[in-house]
Structures are given as structure tokens and as C-alpha cells.
Write a protein that binds this ligand. Structure first.
Ligand SMILES: NC(=O)c1ccc[n+]([C@@H]2O[C@H](COP(=O)([O-])OP(=O)(O)OC[C@H]3O[C@@H](n4cnc5c(N)ncnc54)[C@H](O)[C@@H]3O)[C@@H](O)[C@H]2O)c1
Length: 322
């Protein structure tokens, strides 16, 4: 199988590409290697993927639809598209909303325009986000919940992606699944995310900025579980014309303070906490109902936070000391 992975130099795209290559698939990776966080980390991930003969890479800006369309001419044997490229970062969407409109709205449309020109496409799986549940307070979050109160412009762009996908499936018969990821963490993770920036601050003796309130909790989902979930869904395309959306989470919210304690334990240092009010864009608690994904694929996450944080910290120590 030949599979196009967008955001292949990113955290999730890298891990999924690695798993596909290990299975013997041919992977075409696409990324613009932007500098939202240190591009050296993206290059390091890519260098590992390039060790596999099944991997080819194209430096492509997705908001420029023509670049991807050119690829469709040369790569007409693509049977799967895994679309992870996006501008991530809830708080960053308050300072640079245009970057989110470019990558997550225009970029998503480019991928769909590309997909409708692939004669052998069986399934397009794309990344959505738990942030679409926005200001909802009913927990756990279910796919059947209304999602019309986004809390950030990032969430708006992710919901726009879901709606655009649904329309493209209806109009052009593309089988699609959107996966709403819940706080994915692990080795080769994103330095802008709390678990990574906390680890950095604790190890350097710097302040850890934590938002006030004991209820601050996230459904932290370990990357290896996300990879098995993505691949399980990928094997189960919906009927042509159908676009579905599924949660992929750990189904177990954990307090952010407990995450800090685990990091302290693994790093052998205490955190210097600095408490700030929670910004409006950040939700208090996330918690995924994963019944639908389980019913479709039999998937369940298997990594508890204690083990996942331990594995993250052992990678973090090596990577930061390089
Ligand atoms: N990691 C999480 O906890 C999480 C949670 C919810 C949703 N998501 C979604 O999952 C997907 C993957 O997230 P991630 O954590 O791997 O993020 P990431 O930032 O590590 O990866 C995204 C990759 O996309 C690339 N990219 C961004 N804009 C692009 C553009 N216009 N053209 C080409 N490439 C572009 C970036 O360079 C980056 O390498 C994203 O869609 C994100 O919104 C992630």
C-alpha cells in the first residue's frame, strides 16, 4: 500500500509513519517544517524516517493547493491518506489566528481536493481535536454531543475541518474518518505542550506555570495507544460518501497537578510552581467517551499515565542531553 502522511515530521505523523514503515507500507511524507517549535526536532524525526527505504519526503506548504495537486499526478497509486498536518496550540491561536486559518482551513481543503483526485483512495483519516467540545460541561465528551461552542479559534478551525470533510464526502464520495485526539503525549513529543514544557522547567530549576483550580484535568493519551488506534481505524473505512468522527482518548482524566508530581518523581527534582488564572481559551477538564471507537475496532488504550510519563522522561533525558 502507498499511504500519504501529512505532518510526517510532526509528533503524531512521525510515530504513525514509523509504524506503517515497520509494517512494510510505502509512506509518502509531507510537511512544511515550520518553526512553531524547534524545527531541529522535526528534522530529527524525519532523519529517522528516512532510514527506511519505503519513505519519501516532500517539503510542501499545504495552504498552497497546487503543490499537493502536482503530487497527485505522480502518485496515483495512493490508497490511503493520513492527514495530521495542522497548526496546533490552543493559546497560540489567540496571538496568530491567521496561521490556523492557513494550515487548518485552507490546508484541510487542499488535502480534500487532493484526495478527490486519487482514483484508488480507500480511506482518508484526519486529525481533529477534543478542543471541538469547547465550553461543553457534560462529561465524558461523546461524539453525539453538540459542538457549537468552541472555546478557541484553534477549535473553530478543527470543527471547520470536520464540517468540510463531511461535505466533501457527501459531494465526492470520499470515505473519511476524523479522529478527535485527546492530549497526546510521549517520546518525540511536542515542546509546546504542557508535559514537555513542565519537564524542561523542572529539570532546569525554572518556574512551572500551572493554572489555578484543582479540577484542571486532561485525558492524557499515550502516543503508542494513539498509533494503534489510528491504524485500527484506518483498516475500517466507512462506506463511500460517509464521513464519521470518533474520539480517541484514554478515557481517564488525570489532574494536571498529578502529572507534575509524576514528572517530579521521574526527574528527581521538585517543581517550582507559579500559579496563574486559567486563560479563557483553555478548558478545565477533558474526558473522552471511547465506546464508538471500541465498537468499531475493538481498540482500547493500554498505557497508564505513570508508565507513559516514565517512558517520555527517559526519551526526554536523552534528547535534551544530545
Ligand atoms: N498532540 C496532541 O495532543 C493533539 C491533540 C489534539 C489534536 N491534535 C491534532 O493532531 C495533529 C498532529 O498533531 P501533532 O501533535 O503531531 O502536532 P505537530 O505540530 O507536531 O505536527 C504537525 C505537523 O504539521 C506540519 N504543518 C503545519 N502546518 C502545515 C502546513 N500548512 N503545510 C504543511 N505542513 C504543515 C508541522 O510542521 C508539523 O510538523 C494535528 O492536526 C493536531 O491539531 C493533536
Amino acid at each position: 500500500m502507498t499511504i500519504l502522511v501529512t505532518g510526517a515530521a510532526g509528533f503524531v505523523g512521525y510515530h504513525v509513519s514509523q509504524a506503517l514503515l515497520e509494517r512494510g507500507e510505502r509512506v509518502i511524507g509531507v510537511d512544511n517544517l515550520n518553526a512553531y517549535y524547534d524545527p531541529a526536532l522535526k528534522t530529527a524525526r524525519l532523519d529517522r524516517l528516512k532510514q527506511s527505504s519505503g519513505f519519501t519526503f516532500h517539503h510542501i506548504e499545504l495552504s498552497d493547493a497546487s503543490a499537493l495537486l502536482q503530487l497527485a499526478h505522480h502518485e496515483s497509486d495512493i490508497t490511503g491518506v493520513l492527514h495530521f498536518a495542522a497548526q496546533a496550540g490552543v493559546r497560540y491561536s489567540m496571538t496568530n489566528p491567521a496561521a490556523f486559518a492557513d494550515s487548518n482551513v485552507l490546508g484541510h481543503v487542499s488535502v480534500l481536493e487532493f484526495a478527490r483526485r486519487l482514483p484508488r483512495l480507500k480511506h482518508l483519516v484526519y486529525a481533529s481535536s477534543s478542543s471541538v467540545y469547547g465550553r461543553n460541561t457534560q462529561l465524558p465528551f461523546r461524539e453525539t454531543d453538540r459542538v457549537d461552542q468552541p472555546g478557541s479559534f484553534y477549535a473553530v478551525t478543527k470543527r471547520a475541518g470536520e464540517l468540510t470533510s463531511s461535505t466533501y464526502s457527501h459531494l465526492y464520495g470520499i470515505p473519511q474518518t476524523g479522529l478527535r485526539f485527546f492530549t497526546v503525549y510521549g517520546p518525540w513529543g511536542r515542546p509546546d505542550m504542557a508535559y514537555y514544557s513542565f519537564a524542561r522547567a523542572i529539570s532546569r530549576g525554572e518556574d512551572v506555570t500551572l493554572y489555578e483550580g484543582d479540577a484542571l484535568a486532561r485525558d492524557f493519551t499515550y502516543i503508542a495507544d494513539v498509533v494503534t488506534g489510528v491504524l485500527a481505524v484506518f483498516e475500517k473505512p466507512p462506506a463511500p460518501g460517509e464521513a464519521r468522527v470518533l474520539n480517541i482518548g484514554n478515557h481517564r482524566p488525570e489532574s494536571v497537578r498529578y502529572l507534575v508530581q509524576l514528572l517530579e518523581r521521574e526527574l528527581g527534582r521538585s517543581a517550582k510552581l507559579r500559579l496563574l488564572p486559567r486563560p479563557d481559551a483553555d478548558v478545565e477538564t477533558t474526558w473522552a467517551c471511547i465506546d464508538a471507537l471500541h465498537a468499531l475496532t475493538g481498540w482500547r488504550p493500554s498505557t497508564v499515565l505513570e508508565d507513559g510519563v516514565s517512558r517520555f522522561v527517559s526519551w526526554f533525558r536523552q534528547y535534551e542531553a544530545r
